[in-house]
Every structure is written in C-alpha cells, then in structure tokens.
Design a protein. Structure first.
Length: 404
DNA sequence: CTCGGCATCCTAT
DNA sequence: CTAACGATAGGATGCCGAG
C-alpha cells in the first residue's frame, strides 16, 4: 500500500485545446490557443458562461465561470466557440487509449482526467518520472495537445501535483516534498476544500494547507463534523488510501436543469419545461434499462436560491408521462408563482431490477410505449416538433481554476 | 433509538 | 444596485416521524 505509484493526468485547458486541435486539422491556420478565445455558451444568451479560456484570454482578466457577456466587455475581440461534446468525447477517448497502453488499472475521473496505478511496474518501467514524460510527450506529439502529469504515492497527491505549474509539465509530490510543495499553498487549493470550507478555515486563521495539517483536530471536528474533519486533516498531510478503480459505477441519479432566459411566473411555461425534461430523464433511464422510485423537482428563484421538492413513489418508473405527472404535482405543491429562473427534474432511488421484472409481464411494454407516445404527441401538437429537442446547451467546466 | 424520507449544503468537473 | 454565473452528480448532514 505504501509503495504505490499513482499518476494523475490532466489535459491542459481541455475543451479549448481540443477545439484548437480540431480546427487546425481542418486546415484553419489560426490556433485558438494563441489568441484570446474561450469555449462558452451562446454569447446572445445572458446565462451563458465561460467554460475554458486560452492563456491570452486569461491576460485580459477573463476567468472561468464568468458570463460570456462580461468576458466580451473585457475583451471585445474574444473568440467564443460553442462546446462540441461529440468532439470532446473523441479526444478524450484518444488520449485515454494511449494511456491505457501503459497500465490496465486506470480510472477515468472526468472527461479530461485520469488516474493510473503504476505500482509494481519498476521492472518494465524503471523510472516513473521518465515514463510520465514519455506519456505526456506522446500525447502531445501524436494528438497535438498537452497534458500535465502528477506523480505521487496516492491519488490525492498525484492530483495536487498535476495542478502545479502548467502546461506540458510533470510534477512529483512524494512524502518528503509535501512540506515544501503543498503546505505553502492556500487552503482553498486543497482538493475537497471548496469555497465554504476555505472561508471557515480562514476565519479560524488557518490560511495555508500547512496550517491545516497542524491544526487542532478537536476544533476541526467541532466545525466540520467527523467525516469532513478527518478528510481535511488527512488530505492536508498528504494521506489518502483510496484506490484507483476502473469499474464504471452505476448512476445513482439522473437529472436535467434548464435556466431560462427570462424569469418564469406561469404554470404553462413550467409545465412545458417539465415535460421536455421528463422526456429527457425518462429516455436516459430507458437507455440504461433502469427505473427510478423518487422524482424531485428543483427550481431556483430570482434571488438565486435553490429549492427542491421530491417524493418516493410506490413503484419505480421510466415512463415520460408518469414522471411528468409527478413533477407537475410536486411543483404545484410548493411553487406559489414567485419568479423562477431555473427548473430542473431529477430521478433517483434507482431500481436496477425493475426493468428485468417488467419483462415478466407482456402487457407492460406496450403500455409504456403508449404512454410515451402520448406524451410526445402532446408536446409536438402543442409546441411543434422542435420542442422535444434539448433546450439550451449545457456547458460544464473542463478545468477548475479556483485561483485565477 | 434507529431508520427512511426529505431538504439543503458542499464539492467536484 | 451589496451579487452577478451552468449542468450534472455524489456525498454529508440535520430534522422529523414511524416502528
């Protein structure tokens, strides 16, 4: 356990790098990485945000997560490209395939991040650091984008190390380097220490990871509770026993949210959105051959507060109309018509057995299809064919920059 | 007292 | 004019009521 060697590989500015590579391969001469640019939502939508930015864009003070409109104010020449998840999936697969040649024990942590367990490979690869360089150079030369590699004895330290100086770098974070390389960092840089925890720690005059590593355990316990206190203390000391696991876990929930361009106050619009969302969620349940017992509606009022209301049903379902009906009922129970800017729908309490059981009843499948068709017809007749398409384009962050 | 259900909070990409 | 800004998911926690 103590002799493990773990790599964490992280694509530098993933979405933007991938867009740049794709455009160059199509004969474009402009490399998006060399000009102010970003991947973001539709600039005409007030709600779209910057997902990934180029280094020149960063020099204008553009930060990940800010609105595209604000970014354009800072830099009117900013090139904003829409996310293309099909492309990202291909790029992700390509770089993970290369890494997979070096070890079978790999864990996809996200679309652009991978943990690799390189323990016990000294015979094949005597020098892990040299190997890390080789992998990163291969990806750069064969695929055209750069990655950072963190090399350490556990996942946490490997992850922290890959976040050090970028791009195109290999960093180590071995036990004897923790004090020098990790302890001087602000607490908020520690993986698992988000905004809320960081604020509380700073209020306690714990400002760096090193100070957290030496903090009084009882005080941490009182503020954060057992689990979090334990995690924070261990993490700050570079202790992490979690394993690199390559099985894909089954999803525990399926959810969709839509932020609306304008605040919504009427049930018609809400119902329309809920129906589209129910169809998406139900479709994903069916695609995975599972059903859900619990349906929850989520809405965000114009003061940015999130509210939720859910209920566990007697039976699990994957039928659009059933999910829709429950969602409408739930919404009616809590929403009094205050202006809302987001409406979401979540299916949880997943029943992996329900689908199999269903095949025992011959009628069930037909009934399901009928209900589904009914629901689809309902939208199409009322709002036109396009209304069944996904509303809005989701943009999630490929990179996390807490500190810029 | 414990457990299930529910709402909210926190963190991550 | 105090904050501003998305989508999706997992885990923790606190409360409440039932057994």
């Amino acid at each position: 356990m103590n002799d493990r060697i773990i790599f964490h590989v992280d694509v530098n500015s993933a979405f933007l790098s991938w867009e740049a590579v794709n455009r160059l391969s199509k004969g474009e001469t402009l490399d998006l990485r060399n000009v102010p640019s970003c991947v973001g939502g539709d600039p005409n939508r007030r709600t779209s945000i910057v997902s990934t930015k180029s280094i020149p864009a960063k020099k204008y003070g553009i930060v990940t997560g800010e609105s595209v409109a604000a970014a354009l104010r800072k830099c009117p020449d900013l090139i904003v490209v829409k996310p293309d998840f099909q492309l990202y999936k291909k790029m992700s697969y390509a770089f993970k395939s290369i890494l997979n040649e070096y070890t079978p024990l790999m864990q996809s942590f996200s679309i652009d991040e991978v943990f690799m367990d390189m323990s016990g490979m000294q015979r094949i690869y005597p020098d892990p650091i040299k190997l890390a360089h080789e992998m990163k150079d291969r990806i750069r030369d064969e695929l055209g984008f750069t990655v950072n590699v963190g090399v350490a004895k556990n996942k946490l330290c490997a992850k922290m190390a890959s976040d050090f100086e970028k791009p195109d770098k290999v960093h180590t974070l071995f036990p004897d380097e923790i004090a020098d390389k990790m302890w001087p960092l602000p607490v908020g840089e520690l993986f698992g220490c988000g905004q809320s925890t960081a604020k509380k720690l700073i209020d306690m005059n714990i400002n760096t990871i090193g100070e957290l590593a030496k903090a009084d355990g009882r005080i941490l316990y009182n503020t954060f509770g057992e689990k979090a206190a334990h995690y924070l203390y261990n993490a700050a000391n570079g202790i992490d026993d979690s394993l690199v696991v390559n099985e894909e876990r089954e999803a525990k929930s399926y959810s969709v949210e839509n932020t609306t361009e304008d605040d919504v106050t009427d049930f018609d619009t809400v119902n329309h959105l809920l129906l589209a969302e129910a169809d998406i969620v139900a479709g994903r349940l069916r695609a995975d051959e599972v059903k859900a017992f619990t349906i929850t509606v989520i809405y965000r009022t114009s003061d940015m507060k999130r509210h939720s209301h859910g209920r566990k049903m007697e039976y699990s379902t994957d039928i659009t109309s059933e999910i829709y009906d429950m969602a409408v009922r739930l919404m009616k129970e809590v929403w009094k018509g205050e202006p809302i800017r987001l409406i979401g729908l979540s299916a949880s309490d997943i029943d992996t057995d329900g689908f199999r059981q269903m095949s025992l009843f011959g009628e069930e499948a037909k009934e399901k299809q009928r209900n589904l068709d009914k629901a689809l017809d309902k939208i199409r007749s009322k709002y036109g064919n396009n209304s069944v398409m996904r509303a809005g384009i989701g943009v999630f962050r490929a990179d996390r920059r807490k500190n810029d």
